[in-house]
Design a protein around this ligand. Structure first.
Ligand SMILES: [Zn+2]
Length: 342
């Protein structure tokens, strides 16, 4: 477009020069004055700065944001340029970056591997599962990248959150080396804590990804949030509140809001209608409203219990019994109010 405008401008300029020369050479003098043609100003073409491009291992990258944030879902453009190399032709990309583009990465999903360090690497690189990043537990300062951020890694599986499904398509996955859980005699899951150095690594990595892709707080989730009937990771010992308080990563509720919903629940005798299908239906509706992919059955079925448990892993980790008590209800309401679906 800019080249075309420049050519038009140049033609107009050449034409006007030729006209002036013709006038000088022409000896014919009209008797009546001729209105002089208006001088048309050459259109001023605003030269936009070309986006900077850098080359790393044969892949070109934009080094500045070039997109129009107003046209994006959540993100601005910034990243690698992978293009065709058609035989006999040249793909020109330097001069024509469109502002109508955004990133495909809308979610950040956190996992634990349930394996030690060496096995985690083997499984995530040699088998049918993967993640973009693997955070080890060896106390060094390294984070392993397993998949290019612009490609899909296979970490989420069948998954859903709010209006999205199959989150492998739109997410970055971080696997954290952690043994997961063992079950006690009663079947209760006992989870293994994360160490502080590892959490610092996760926080720095997550912050970097969230900032670059402008991933909203509502889209920073546990694997258990997007697949509650199948997954528990990264479990109730993953410090979501600490990440929110210290690094502004992800969601957390406001205490005062939670308290007012709690007082309301207690004053209306929350437990008396616990087994009414209308009450169960409203619980399922509220979980769905917040984001969980849950069926509205009106029954305390296994999927509903596991979804409540997943919610508790994330937001009420002190007690993850899968029962919708007044506190869990109050936290859910406080979160819905703070993070409404837009
Ligand atoms: Zn997982």
């Amino acid at each position: 477009m800019r080249k075309t405008l420049y050519i038009i401008g140049l033609s107009a300029f050449v034409f006007s020069c030729t006209s002036q020369q013709n006038v000088k050479k022409n000896t014919y003098k009209p008797k009546t004055p001729v209105t002089q043609p208006k001088v048309v100003a050459k259109p001023q073409v605003q030269e936009k700065p070309k986006p900077q491009i850098t080359n790393d291992h044969g892949v070109e990258f934009f080094t500045t944001n070039i997109a129009d944030p107003a046209k994006n879902d959540n993100t601005v453009s910034y990243g690698s340029i992978v293009s065709a190399k058609p035989a006999g032709y040249k793909v020109v990309k330097t001069y024509f970056p469109a502002i109508a583009q955004n990133f495909r990465q809308k979610y950040l999903i956190l996992h634990y591997t349930a394996l030690p360090d060496d096995k985690s690497i083997t499984v995530l690189t040699q088998q049918a599962v993967s993640a973009h990043y693997l955070v080890n537990n060896t106390g060094d300062n390294e984070i392993y990248q397993l998949v290019d951020e612009n490609k899909r890694s296979y970490h989420a599986g069948v998954s859903a959150w709010r209006n999205d499904k199959n989150l492998n398509d739109t997410s970055i996955g971080i696997e954290i080396v952690n043994s997961g859980y063992t079950a006690d005699a009663s079947g209760k899951r006992l989870f293994v804590p994360f160490n502080d150095d590892q959490i610092k690594k996760v926080a720095a990595l997550a912050k970097d990804i969230i900032t670059r892709y402008q991933i909203p707080a509502t889209n920073v989730l546990a694997h258990s949030d997007i697949a509650p009937t199948r997954k528990q990771d990264p479990g109730p010992l993953f410090p979501w509140k600490k990440l929110y308080d210290q690094y502004q990563i992800g969601m957390w509720y406001d205490d005062a809001m939670k308290q007012s919903y709690y007082d309301m629940a207690v004053s209306t005798d929350f437990t008396s209608k616990y087994n009414d299908s209308a009450f169960i239906f409203s619980v399922q509706t509220q979980l769905q409203k917040f984001g969980y992919g849950i069926e509205l059955s009106g029954k305390w079925d296994d999927a509903t219990k596991k979804t409540i448990e997943a919610f508790q892993y994330h937001f009420r980790p002190e007690n993850y019994d899968g029962i919708m008590d007044a506190e869990t209800w109050a936290i859910l309401q406080a979160l819905i109010q703070k993070y409404p679906v837009k």
